[in-house]
Structure formats: structure tokens, C-alpha cells
Design a protein around this ligand. Structure first.
Ligand SMILES: Cc1cc2nc3c(=O)[nH]c(=O)nc-3n(C[C@H](O)[C@H](O)[C@H](O)COP(=O)(O)O)c2cc1C
Length: 515
């Protein structure tokens, strides 16, 4: 195979324009990927001996070998299903940007055979995150090697809107890959490399980490976030980028629960920012994200963190993953089953739903109705839509105490039902959490002299000066600091041209007044 490549394939390709050769290779692999049995055969032929090519386990993923197909080859996710057949240990598709974009004018890829080099000035040509998500949604089932998705900033998006741009792509694509690479390294998108600066990087990573937590809260797996930085950063610059990442992600040494993650986070944060003048009692009303902080989803919220901290053994982790996956499978299944007056008799509809349905609904929509329970729904048409794995729930409560499978089914059903019933509220709160994340980690300038911010009351200036909060989120929780104070502070920072605060779209500040 190596000989054939060196003496025939490579020579033929080198006669072509580099980008054309690239396109032929991508199309060829896309076709190969469509022939599953041939891929499986080639994969067996090319599988490297694990004894010689040590498999790698990193950030919770297993890589059969250390050589992967890097981002840039398969920008639109067409060729990746064939990567394992070529022997690769993982594949990273993209770079994909939130907006579809044509990239730089051609020619934009240059080959230098004597130097054994390629110069790439492609400029993130790709069909956009939504198109990639739609394409990837067609693939289901397990993958033999990890699939990474590399995200970049759209060219039309200004630097101060970059966080939203990456966040948009992350939301569309996180379900479809095993890890997400955040690319701030390309020299071909104007300004992109500035995102490597800690002042940009920190809010960007914080927002993505926050979104990951929201996923976990919603019963979805946390996606490992990797950062792709330029190879020519100086060591101090690399250090600063690492610091920006370390402060926002979970590390083994430190875990500070955030307010939307656990009541413990609310308690610690309140005590630190507000201080105590009287005994502190933990009321649920102190937590602004209390819809998310439920007892029934504590495992879905926190087991992944606990596993990272080494507190969850393999047996518990396996049980947790089984439940998490069953919840998301069942939710998807309910969303995919449609009933309409054509396939559901009016009498049956009245029996279960209280009245005849007048148009098409999926079962997840019907489960949102307050008076419809999961067992009732599954009794439709003599149990036609029931899921056998979860049928045991119809057994009595008493049985679930002694039968672990019945209690498993019951816990899955409970989550599916709660998520459906409260989905509207939970989604709204999820958006609030994401929005709040932007401000939460916005760093306040160290040199800021609050006493000079004349728009603020003397009391607010004194408090801010005394506490000197690190971030806007911390400032907003100092007792006596009102949302209006925060708005006025933002206006001041914006007018004084402090970096990161110069975007008028981030908050409507014009109406703010100190209350
Ligand atoms: C033609 C070409 C296009 C590339 N496009 C991307 C890209 O879209 N996103 C990205 O993160 N890296 C891109 N890269 C960089 C590669 O992913 C990789 O980091 C780089 O080639 C260094 O790895 P190597 O030394 O194995 O070649 C591209 C590289 C080439 C040659």
C-alpha cells in the first residue's frame, strides 16, 4: 500500500492543483465511507497492533493509536467515516464556523515538494455549523474512533461577538462529536489569533464550559473542550492561555461549584460576596437557577464532575452512563413517534388524553400536558408505543424496591417525564444561564478606581472599592449592588473604552438608572 501510494497515487496527485487534489481525496473517501462492509474490512487490515502502537486514553476518550487526521482535511464532515479504514486513531473535522463562508480567493493552497511543505491560506471555507449538524445527524450508532469537531470564528463576526459565534456552533454540534476543539490558532482569519489573548480567551472558554454544564444539567454528556493555539506563541503567551483555560475548566485540584450547578455553590458564593451579618439559612429561593437544582437530577448534574475528581468508581459510572443514555434515548424516541386523528381513534384519545386530538402530535409533546402521565401515554392503543426496557415500571412501587431493573426503569421514566413537563421553563432558564455566563466571567479592570465612577451612589462606590470584585458576576452579588448599579458600571466601562466592554449590543444600557 505504501509503495502504491508513493509511486502512483502521490505522483498523480502532485500533477494536480493542490486544492483540486484535496477535493478528489475527500470525495473518494466520502464514497469509500458509504461502503460500510469495505470500510470494516479495511479497518481490520489497517488496525495497528496495540502492543506496538499504544492506545491512548485522554479526557475520557479512548484512541486506538496516537495518529489522527487533523482539522482542515475534512472541513464539511464528508470523509470522516472512512478515516478508521485508513488506520487513523481519531479524526477531527472542520474547521467549521457558525456562518457558512467561501474562504479566501483561490489559489489558497500551495505545495513545496522540495521542502516537503504545504502552505495553507484557505480561510475556513466551509458550509457552516447548521449544515454540518444536519449532515452528522444522519449518522447514528457507535463510532470506532473518536470524532472531534474543530470550531472557528466566522469571518463576518467581530472579535467582541466571537464568544456568541463559537457558542452557537457548539450548541449545534456538541451532540454530534466526541470532543470539541476551539481553534484560535489560524492566521487566515483576520484577528482570530487575538483570541489567544487571555482577556478574550477567558470569557470564550468560560461560556463554553458553562454551556457544557448546561448540557450535563439536561442529561447530556459533557464534551471535552480542547484549545488549538498557534505553534509560534512564546512560552509566556502559552502560559497565559493555559491560565485562562485552567481558571475556567474543572481541574483535578480545584472544583468550585457554580450557582447553577449546586446549592453548595450558591451558599459559598453568597457567603463570600455578601458576607454574613446574621445566621445564614439555605433557602431554595436564594438560587436563581433553582429549576435546574433539583433533587431528582442531582446525579445527572454532578456525577460527571465527581468522576473527574476521582470520586466515582467504575461500577457507579457505568450505572450512571446507562441511566443518562436511556433518558436521552427515550426522550428522542418519544419525539420521533407521531400520532394524529388518522392513526389514533377518537375514543382512545379521549380515554388517555381527555379529548380527541385535532392534529398531529409527537408523544413528547403530549407528555408535556399536565394531566397526561408516562404510563397513561404508554397505554395508548394497547401499549403499542411502550418501550419494552421500561415496561417494568408498570409493576408496582413495591416491586421497584426489590427489583433493580424496575427501579432503573422508574428513575429513567421520572427524568423523561420531568424534562418533558418542565421543558419550556427549563429551556428558558438554560438560556438565562448561558446569557449570565457571559457577564459572570467578564473581568473587571484591576486599575479601575470606583470612587471616580460618579454615576454610582457613594454607597455603591464604597462597597465596590472595598470588595474589589474580580468579575462582573461577583460584583452583581455584593449585597446592596443592584442591577441598575451594574448597568451604570457597564456604561462607565464602555465609555472609558475598557477592552471587552465596548459592545453596545451586549446590554441595553441606555435606560439604566441607579435605583
Ligand atoms: C491545507 C490545510 C488546511 C488546514 N485547515 C485547517 C483548519 O481548517 N483548521 C485547523 O484547525 N487546522 C487546519 N490545518 C492545520 C492542521 O490541522 C494541522 O494543525 C497542521 O497541518 C499541523 O499538523 P502537521 O504538522 O501534522 O501537518 C490545515 C492544514 C493544511 C495543510
Amino acid at each position: 500500500m505504501g509503495w502504491l501510494y508513493e509511486h502512483a497515487v502521490k505522483r498523480a496527485f502532485f500533477r494536480l492543483d493542490p486544492e483540486h487534489a484535496h477535493e478528489i481525496a475527500v470525495n473518494g473517501l466520502a464514497r469509500l465511507g458509504g461502503v460500510r462492509p469495505l470500510c470494516a474490512l479495511l479497518e481490520r487490515v489497517h488496525r495497528l497492533d496495540p502492543a506496538q502502537h499504544r492506545p491512548v486514553e485522554a479526557f475520557g476518550l479512548k484512541f486506538p493509536n496516537a495518529v489522527g487526521l487533523a482539522a482542515g482535511f475534512d472541513k464539511n464532515g464528508r470523509a470522516w467515516p472512512a478515516a478508521a479504514a485508513l488506520g487513523f486513531g481519531h479524526v477531527e473535522i472542520g474547521t467549521v464556523t457558525f456562518h457558512a463562508q467561501p474562504g479566501n480567493p483561490r489559489p489558497r493552497a500551495f505545495r513545496y515538494p522540495a521542502e516537503q511543505a504545504v502552505i495553507n491560506r484557505m480561510g475556513f471555507n466551509n458550509e457552516g455549523a447548521a449544515a454540518l449538524a444536519a449532515h452528522l445527524a444522519k449518522f447514528s450508532g457507535p463510532r470506532s474512533i473518536p470524532l472531534g469537531i474543530n470550531l472557528g470564528k466566522s469571518k463576518v463576526t467581530s472579535l467582541d461577538q466571537a464568544t456568541g459565534d463559537y457558542l452557537g456552533s457548539f450548541r449545534l454540534l456538541a451532540d454530534h462529536g466526541d470532543y470539541i476543539a476551539v481553534n484560535v490558532s489560524s492566521p487566515n482569519t483576520p484577528g482570530l489569533r487575538e483570541l489567544q489573548d487571555a482577556s478574550w480567551l477567558k470569557p470564550l472558554l468560560a461560556a463554553l464550559v458553562e454551556e457544557n454544564k448546561v448540557r450535563v444539567g439536561a442529561g447530556k454528556p459533557r464534551r471535552p473542550l480542547l484549545l488549538k493555539i498557534a505553534p509560534d506563541l512564546t512560552f509566556p503567551q502559552i502560559d497565559a492561555a493555559l491560565q485562562a483555560g485552567a481558571r475556567t475548566d474543572w481541574t483535578e485540584e480545584t472544583w468550585v461549584p457554580s450557582r447553577d450547578q449546586a446549592y453548595l455553590g450558591v451558599l459559598v458564593d453568597d457567603l463570600i460576596t455578601k458576607g454574613v451579618s446574621e445566621p445564614y439559612r439555605m433557602f431554595t429561593s436564594r438560587a436563581e437557577f433553582r429549576l435546574q437544582l433539583r433533587e431528582d437530577n442531582a446525579d445527572l448534574r454532578l456525577t460527571e464532575v465527581a468522576r473527574q475528581l476521582g470520586l466515582v468508581d467504575d461500577a457507579r459510572w457505568t450505572a450512571f452512563c446507562r441511566k443518562r443514555d436511556a433518558v436521552s434515548r427515550e426522550t428522542e424516541r418519544l419525539r420521533s413517534i407521531w400520532v394524529s386523528p388518522k392513526n389514533l381513534a377518537a375514543a382512545e384519545s379521549v380515554r388517555v388524553l381527555g379529548k380527541a386530538i385535532d392534529h398531529e402530535y409527537n408523544l413528547a409533546d403530549l407528555l408535556r400536558r399536565p394531566d397526561v402521565s408516562y404510563p397513561q401515554l404508554m397505554s395508548l392503543d394497547a401499549g403499542k408505543y411502550a418501550e419494552p426496557e421500561l415496561m417494568r415500571d408498570s409493576a408496582s412501587q413495591a416491586e421497584s424496591v426489590t427489583d433493580p431493573e424496575a427501579s432503573f426503569a422508574q428513575s429513567v421514566i421520572e427524568q423523561v417525564e420531568i424534562a418533558a413537563k418542565y421543558s419550556g421553563y427549563i429551556d428558558r432558564q438554560r438560556d438565562e444561564v448561558s446569557r449570565a455566563a457571559y457577564y459572570e466571567y467578564l473581568r473587571l479592570p484591576e486599575e479601575l478606581d470606583y470612587m471616580q465612577v460618579s454615576a454610582l451612589s457613594i454607597e455603591a462606590r464604597q462597597k465596590l472599592n472595598r470588595h474589589r470584585p474580580e468579575t462582573l458576576g461577583l460584583a452583581s452579588r455584593i449585597s446592596g449592588i443592584t442591577p441598575a448599579t451594574i448597568s451604570l458600571l457597564l456604561i462607565h466601562l464602555k465609555r472609558s473604552n475598557f477592552k471587552q466592554f465596548s459592545d453596545p449590543g451586549k446590554a441595553d444600557l441606555s435606560e439604566a438608572g441607579e435605583g
